[in-house]
Ligand binder design. Structure first.
Ligand SMILES: Cc1ncc(COP(=O)(O)O)c(C=O)c1O
Length: 402
């Protein structure tokens, strides 16, 4: 008889990947809504607006042109890479050549490729915490070791140079820098950015800077790019960005990475075997987004700003909830530790996961628990939803926790 070796059905590497917690909560909320329950969801990480009309029109024209029915170079259409180089100069203060740009399937692929390009097994990555839920998986898959550096509400979710230095070892290769942040909406000031950049430069660290929310800031705040603050970092920085959040284009799957030529060449080689180029139609749409009128972006930003103010003011009326005012992105990050271990509608939540379940069950409100982004004790609420719904959901929470 032939003996067949018992091999694991799913590889250890892939079975260790957790489902995206944000997508999971959002899917649960949508399923309940589909079943007729009046759930108000603060879980989604995407603008509620349609993509601006001139971008959609450019895509419609593109789809009819047979030249767009073909592959493009793996790293992207030359004219789009040029437009991204121009945007990088405009918004991140870094004059790059189009050869330093790789167009990716969303910022998410850029995140994966950035870590895969830089990390060898055992290399450590400093990750300011709370962090967006995809980074740990991208780091793990690349063989890297995540080192959390936590900043709570009392420090506006912003890490300091002292904290980073305390976490640095001789294995530290990369600092992840995300400003504005998902999940907290926190934005580092130009001075804080410069101090962190200079510290990283002094220790020869690479930076992966996720700038996907850079155009969504409020109160006159500018999210200064870390390479603008410390130009000497240009040789060891990869910027991650995309059109999803700024242009309400999450479904178009278009992002990019910008960095030194050798790193971008390596990343493009990886991509050439992984996904090849991004859909030609989406590339044409992104070109229209980056080079066309920017008024729709400003209109959306003003709407987010209005909702941000409503969310912060109303949530802070709930005793036991602390909500610092976020200066960017479209999330508030509530410290809810004051609501734990108390009885609400017959339930006593001991962590934010249980609290999120409680508010979904009793108030039909969906929010993502802190466990998805680091320590327990927090809830992320996206305010990318209509003003009336936004207010109604918070009023339900006010009632539940009164
Ligand atoms: C911080 C951050 N980076 C990157 C992304 C990736 O965006 P996309 O892949 O939709 O371009 C997201 C999306 O939620 C994000 O929040």
């Amino acid at each position: 008889m032939v003996t067949v070796p018992e091999l694991k059905r799913i590889s250890s590497r892939i079975s260790a990947i957790a489902e995206s917690a944000t997508l999971k909560v959002d899917a649960k909320a949508k399923a309940l809504q589909a079943a007729g329950r009046p759930v108000i969801s603060y879980a989604a990480g995407e603008p509620d607006f349609p993509t601006p009309a001139h971008i959609v029109d450019a895509a419609l024209l593109a789809v009819k042109d047979p030249k767009n029915h073909r592959y493009t170079p793996a790293a992207g259409l030359p004219e789009l890479r040029q437009a991204i180089a121009d945007k990088t100069k405009r918004d991140s203060g870094w004059a790059v050549d189009p050869s330093q740009v790789v167009v990716t399937n969303g910022g998410k692929q850029a995140v994966y490729q950035a870590f895969a390009t830089l990390l060898d097994p055992g290399d450590e990555v400093l990750v300011p915490t709370p962090y967006w839920t995809t980074y740990p998986e991208a780091i793990k898959l690349a063989g890297g070791v995540q080192v959390d550096v936590f900043a709570g509400a009392e420090q506006n979710y912003l890490v300091t140079v002292e904290q980073l230095e305390a976490a640095r070892t001789d294995k530290t290769k990369v600092l992840l820098f995300v400003s504005p942040s998902n999940p907290t909406g926190a934005v580092y000031s130009p001075e804080q950015t410069k101090a962190i950049g200079e510290w990283a430069q002094k220790h020869g660290l690479w930076i992966i800077a996720d700038e996907i929310y850079q155009n969504l800031t409020y109160d006159g705040v500018k999210a200064m790019s870390i390479v603008e603050a410390v130009p000497a970092l240009q040789d060891r920085t990869i910027l991650v960005n995309g059109v999803a959040k700024t242009y309400a284009m999450t479904g178009w799957r278009l992002g990019w990475m910008v960095g030194p030529v050798d790193a971008m060449k390596a990343a493009a080689n990886l991509q050439s075997h992984l996904t090849s180029n991004v859909s030609n139609i989406s590339q044409r749409a992104a070109l229209a987004a980056l080079t066309g009128p920017q008024e729709p972006v400003e209109e959306m930003r003003l709407a987010f700003d209005r909702r941000r103010k409503i969310a912060v003011a109303e949530l802070n009326k709930i005793p036991g909830m602390i909500v610092p005012t976020p200066e960017g992105a479209f999330y508030v990050y509530a410290d809810v530790r004051g609501l734990l271990n108390k009885e609400w509608a017959g339930v006593t939540p001991t962590n934010s996961l249980e609290l999120a379940d409680l508010i979904l069950d009793k108030a039909e409100v969906a929010a993502v628990p802190g466990e998805a982004f680091g320590p327990s004790g927090y809830l992320r609420l996206s305010y990318a939803l209509g003003d009336a719904q936004l207010l109604e959901g918070i009023q339900r929470l006010q009632k539940l926790f009164s």
